[in-house]
Design a protein around this ligand. Structure first.
Ligand SMILES: C[S@@+](CC[C@H](N)C(=O)[O-])C[C@H]1O[C@@H](n2cnc3c(N)ncnc32)[C@H](O)[C@@H]1O
Length: 223
């Protein structure tokens, strides 16, 4: 939240750069004040699914998209995944992750997934990621569907997908493009959906509740 001419307004994408520059500010705003729970919710959901299938967490090679300053990677590291590579459009996010959570990422790329060069695309695919996480980054005009599709196509068939989406994005009148994308992924057989859980993502600037949906699934083929 931020005060503009006496009015509180929601944080927009470009505010993140300034927030990430100040150690602890992102955690204080979103997690202490606005009670964001998304990284912990997604970790639990993914953990349950991987355990249910008898998968080995140490074999997980995670691509964490919209990685920010590394809160999701910290959850994954505590759980004991093989490794996590972060991607974010903001250099300030990468700097904050290195500064505040050194070691939780094996690597961190500052990339605009909506406009990848063939070389960048090839480099991501070479890593053969078998998990895609995208947490608290599909909600407030953050990552566009086109960029998400690139991320989806960067993991191997059989890989896990674990994301959170603003619940309005799943409704018929949604204009973000996500409702259609998720429907296409399932309808075309590109994604085998597993779990879906509605939860309180965080509070808004005026104390209102923002509900998101955390989803897991298995990629079958490219989108
Ligand atoms: C609310 S933060 C979430 C950070 C982290 N996943 C977490 O759970 O704390 C959203 C992040 O998405 C990133 N982002 C927005 N648009 C993006 C894009 N097109 N490509 C990559 N990252 C993007 C922002 O820079 C920001 O770091």
């Amino acid at each position: 939240m931020r005060q503009d001419q006496g009015e509180w307004r929601e944080i927009k994408f470009h505010d993140y750069a300034a927030i990430f520059k100040i150690p602890g500010l992102y955690e204080h705003l979103f997690h202490d004040l606005l009670r964001c729970q998304s990284p912990a919710v997604v970790r639990r959901l993914l953990e349950e699914e991987v355990d249910r299938e008898g998968g080995e967490r140490t074999r997980l090679r995670v691509l964490d998209v919209g990685a920010g300053n590394g809160l999701m990677a910290e959850e994954l590291s505590d759980w004991g995944v093989g490794f996590t590579v972060g991607v974010d459009i903001l250099p300030e996010a990468a700097e904050a992750a290195h500064r505040d959570r050194a070691g939780v990422y094996k690597d961190y790329h500052v990339l605009d997934l909506a406009h990848l060069s063939p070389r960048e695309r090839g480099a991501l695919r070479e890593s053969e990621f078998n998990v895609l996480t995208c947490v608290a980054a599909l909600g407030f005009a953050d990552i566009p569907p086109r960029a998400f599709r690139e991320a989806y196509n960067s993991i191997v068939p059989g890989g896990w997908v674990a994301i959170t989406l603003k619940e309005e994005f799943l409704q018929g009148d949604d204009r973000s493009g996500y409702c259609r994308l998720i429907r296409d992924l399932s309808g075309s057989g590109a994604l085998e959906a597993r779990t879906s859980r509605r939860y309180l993502h965080r509070l808004g600037a005026r104390g209102e509740a923002y509900h998101y949906v955390a989803m897991t699934g298995k990629k079958v083929h490219d989108a």
